[in-house]
Design a protein. Structure first.
Ligand code: PLP
Length: 372
């Protein structure tokens, strides 16, 4: 048996073998289409064509060598006026985090991260080969301890967090992080808003906007394949770091840029998202109600404060079994296992969106009841 076959066999024995799902088509509790914009895409195609015509389907070069930049430039300008920061488009959230964090790991830098940050951030930090430290999830006392010990030893410290954690749906204590940052002149705050963008904030710009903290965040990453119903990512940052990423971020320099057609679509979707305050409020209230119902059934406290609601199963096999029960009832939910989450914390990750109704979720709760 080859080493690769051996790996697959072990994964299978541990209930961790992944497959691309097939035959899904029930009630959607999987997608990150939080504002249901992706589901409604046909409504916007005519407006897209009237506004943009038929933009190119390929950039045909990396951004630094690209001949046709109109859509990218217009999109970045529009985002700059929303964030009041410099904006750099990247090809995906994975590109953004690997490119930015690896570039920031210059000698003299310490990157301190929350233990539950997304794999793309972990990979970026690893690629940088720099000095690193981690604090237990949302443990600000531990972050303070690391800073007390190490801040004076480094020229530059980057504290990297997500604003809404992708597997738990809980929030980073952004206010406290900003207070801590203010105590240290060499600390920069790096915040991935992948799951907050579109959902939090008056204009849907994310949790930093909701808390009035946008000016305090040094590097803010947003992915466009979730609530923004498109593809790609952007970084909102200072003039200096914007130019630094253009010059030093390898995933920006050495990869073909987003197709102009995609940049135009992303821009249209964000114009829609900005005005969706009613949907944001509806999703918030629906999520709160659903979370309380889940807590009552499971008897477990749920840390989520967002539209992402995990239901802990305790093992991979139980998570698979629960997903199967939901599937049989016409509800799409997938089990989340190692290495995405730690052993023993396997779960269903239910992702709510603005087109769900309470009646839909009552059906879901009935099946969850059977599992507990
Ligand atoms: C927190 C977070 N950051 C980054 C990414 C990567 O973004 P993308 O899918 O655009 O590569 C994801 C998930 O996909 C994510 O959940």
């Amino acid at each position: 048996m080859s080493i690769y076959e051996n790996t697959l066999k072990t994964l299978e024995e541990e209930c961790r073998l992944r497959n691309i799902p097939e035959g899904l088509g029930g009630l959607d509790l999987i997608s990150n289409d939080y504002m249901s914009l992706a589901t409604r895409h046909l409504e916007f195609i005519k407006e897209y064509q009237d506004r943009f015509g038929t933009p190119l389907m390929s950039a045909s070069a990396s951004r630094l060598l690209q001949r046709h930049q109109n859509e990218h430039n217009a999109f970045e300008k529009m985002l700059e006026s929303l964030y009041n920061k410099k904006i750099l488009l990247l090809n995906s959230g994975y590109h953004a985090n690997t490119g930015a964090l690896s570039a920031m790991s210059v000698p003299g830098t310490l990157i301190i991260s929350d233990k539950l940050i997304h794999a793309s951030m972990i990979d970026g930090i690893r690629l940088g080969h720099g000095d690193t430290a981690r604090f237990a999830h949302n443990d600000m006392a531990m972050l303070r301890k690391i800073l007390e010990k190490k801040a004076s030893l480094y020229k530059n410290i980057v504290v990297a967090v997500e604003s809404v954690y992708s597997m738990d749906g809980d929030l980073a204590p952004l206010k406290e992080l900003v207070e801590i940052k203010k105590e240290y002149p060499n600390v920069l705050l790096y915040v991935d808003e992948a799951h907050a963008f579109g959902v939090f904030g008056e204009n849907g710009l994310g949790l930093a906007e909701e808390l009035g903290l946008l000016p305090e965040i040094d590097v803010l990453v947003v992915t466009l394949g979730k609530a923004a119903a498109g593809y790609g990512a952007f970084i909102a940052t200072s003039e200096t770091l914007h130019s630094f990423f253009i010059n030093c971020s390898r995933s920006f320099i050495f990869s073909t840029a987003l197709p102009p057609s995609v940049a135009a679509w992303d821009m249209l979707m964000i114009e829609k998202l900005v005005g969706m305050s009613e949907e944001r409020l509806y999703l918030k209230e629906l999520s709160e109600w659903f979370r309380n119902e889940v807590e009552a059934i499971t008897g477990m406290r749920c840390q989520s404060r967002s539209q992402i609601i995990p239901i802990h199963a305790g093992s991979a096999s139980r998570a698979i079994e629960m997903a199967q029960k939901l599937r049989e009832a016409g509800i799409d939910a997938l089990p989340i296992r190692r290495p995405t989450v730690a052993a023993g914390t396997e779960r269903l990750r239910l992702s709510l969106s603005a087109d769900l109704t309470k009646e839909d979720l009552v059906r879901v709760l009935e099946i969850i009841k059977v599992c507990f």
